[in-house]
Design a protein around this ligand. Sequence first.
Ligand code: PEP
Ligand code: MN
Length: 297
Amino acid sequence: MTTLMNPRWNGQFSCFDLVAKTDDCTRSIIRVADLEIGGNDFVVMAGPCAVESESQLMQTAEAVAEAGARVLRGGAYKPRSSPYAFQGLGVEGLRLLRKAREATGLAIITEVMSEEDVGLIAEYADIMQVGTRSMENYALLEALGKCGRPVLLKRGMTATLEELLRSAQIIAMSGNPDIILCERGIRTFETATRNTLDIAAVPVLKAVSHLPVIVDPSHAAGVRSLVPILSRAAAVVGADGLLVEVHPCPEKALSDGNQSLTFAEFRRMMGDLQPYLDLQQPLRQLRPQLVAAGGAD
Ligand code: PEP
Ligand code: MN
């Protein structure tokens, strides 16, 4: 694509040759069962922050599937800032995720925190999630290069886009080209939200990389009332999908209840998304011009 003329961006990102956009590779589509992430579908991944119990997970899986989600999220191994917080159900959580997949047909995404767990989690997960705190765990990234599953790589909360793509390059160099990038908010001086959703990350990443880009509005917002509007923003700027936290009873959630949507809120959000997705198409056409214009200053 000869319109990619921003010299700063080309210099900054083209060294990550396996993940940077080139004339020969402008878009990669990651296939998960019958889903095409990065293709024409807008793929919504939804579910609880953590798998807590069979009834919590099954109820949520059914509710999000009915509302149009295609992938069930849920952490079995949780990276918690406090050692006293709920750490996840471990392998029992993985078994429940498998059961939910059998019951609903949803694909499964779950977090992997350590290279030692990669083999086990790959037996249960359709997509391996790398959390913000693990974006620079190079031993983990290398192990994921050989896991045989697509990887959703979250941006580190203090990482630049260059650093995000550097981590993606490590996974690709280690043998796995199936990588989905995820913007989940970064640390800034702003305290009104848990993190600052860097909405510009989406068109920049789409301009410089061929990889799909997903937005996680939940961890960016930290509060459920902002999740639907940030999801609409993500749709408009060209994201390939969302990763959203949903819980049957958010006030009782063992983690991230404040930012989890109720079933009714999630259903409403999904129902309201289409007009914003319709706006995405014309903006896709504008994207290369946006890059060319960026090169002029
Ligand atoms: C999560 O998805 O629940 C999670 C821990 O996300 P992050 O790594 O973005 O904080
Ligand atoms: Mn969470």
